[in-house]
Design a protein around this ligand. Sequence first.
Ligand SMILES: *Cc1c(COP(=O)(O)O)cnc(C)c1O
Length: 511
Amino acid sequence: MKYKCTRGGDASVTGSTAIVTGLSNNGGLYVPEYFPSLTPDKIEELSKEPYSRRASYIMSLFLTEFNLNELTDYTDAAYNAKRENGFRNDKIAPLYKMNNTTYFLELWHGPTCAFKDMALQVMPRLLTASIKKTGEKREVCILVATSGDTGKAALDGFCDIENTKIMVFYPQNGVSKIQKLQMTSQKGANVNVTAVEGNFDDAQTGVKVIFSDKALTDELDKEGFFLSSANSINWGRLVPQIVYYISAYCDLLAGKKIKSGEKVNFCVPTGNFGNILAGYYAERMGLPVNKLICASNRNDVLTQFINTGVYDKNRPFYTTVSPSMDILVSSNLERLLYELSDKDGSAVTAYMKSLSEKGYYEITGTVRKELKRIFSSGYCSEEDTMRTIKNTFENDGYLIDTHTAVAYKVLNDYRAVSNDGTVSIVISTASPFKFCNAVLEALGHSEINGATASGCDILEDETDLIEKLSRATGCDIPAPLATLKNELPRFTDVTRPEKMKESVLKFIREG
Ligand SMILES: *Cc1c(COP(=O)(O)O)cnc(C)c1O
């Protein structure tokens, strides 16, 4: 299997090169040359296997220069409920049954309690192996600018992985107390966490400047290091995400909830379009999918796109209670455009040019028709997000986080207008305890010292809110969040954006 670039060109690269380089040098993204096929018999067979074996098999179809045993070593290590601080559920990605046609795929039983773990627990292992396969002799230093969840998931995934170092920059006043403590208390000999004076944009711009700093790259080269990123456009993050769509289907099959070949819907709370794109890839491989429902919060640029064919980022940006979906440019959508336009790199280049010059583009004709074939979409307001959390807990006894609530509301709206009775799976992307202030407020506990839904400037200590949510609902606190209040910050450095480069060098030289 080779990888092409979404913006055209004849050259194709191996999966390991795609993982090591991240982005193609014309700015495009790497995409598989074709979709390996998954027959109904194979799906039946996989349904008898545990998650890690489903994962290694599916990844082996895309990463053909890895052998199955090698991949199984990585997936057994990553998707392991026996490892300390690993996954907390034997099924890794269990399905919660709400009723005969509604399931929730819980992707938050990993070490950081959010779905980024599904990819970031295995991706570092793929990356180090890919580095060896490409003949690269230097070690990799991963740089991450984070507004919260990705930083912790990347730290946890890369912690003590050989031949890697990871450095995370977060905006000093731009993450919640819980997120900050999760990161600054990170264990491991190869990690560093540094606060940046400024907001997320300052941190992100600082990282971009470092990547393009030739003098710094030369310095690092002398120390035996090269820089890379672990962001969600990397193929190594996308390929593990295809697995849980197939795994969810296998579990329904194994539990005799559906018949072989029966189609299901997935409803996905969407931000950068990585999660739902993996669902599309699974469908193209042959997974029986009726609709992929793309759920947006108030930043509903994707819903508009799916409904009208026009992608327009010239619109206000809102901060919401589902912050991981607050995004105006969804990078992974470029990969979908490539498939919709029948792998036409020049068409994708034209869309992306229009996006960067005018802030919008429009798809028409067969491209739009293929989008409509499989995607549906909807958006959920802030009030509806809160109401959905409350109703779902009070009526169904199931506690969900803000992102999952967006998806569940959108699924209910879709059902109301479509009369589609297909078995549907809501992708549940975070533990409710990760967003406990908004969840508590939704449940009517807003008296807690004026806690704001968005969460950064609350008066009460957030770790107390975790316990309050547990008392209010009778739900258990996930272990990594329960012990958080006993953790001490290891990393206290604060830097100015223009000094981030010095921090990187210091970390590489002094550890
Ligand atoms: C990252 C994230 C999302 C959005 O996923 P994309 O792949 O960016 O579309 C949704 N919910 C949570 C909790 C997340 O962390």
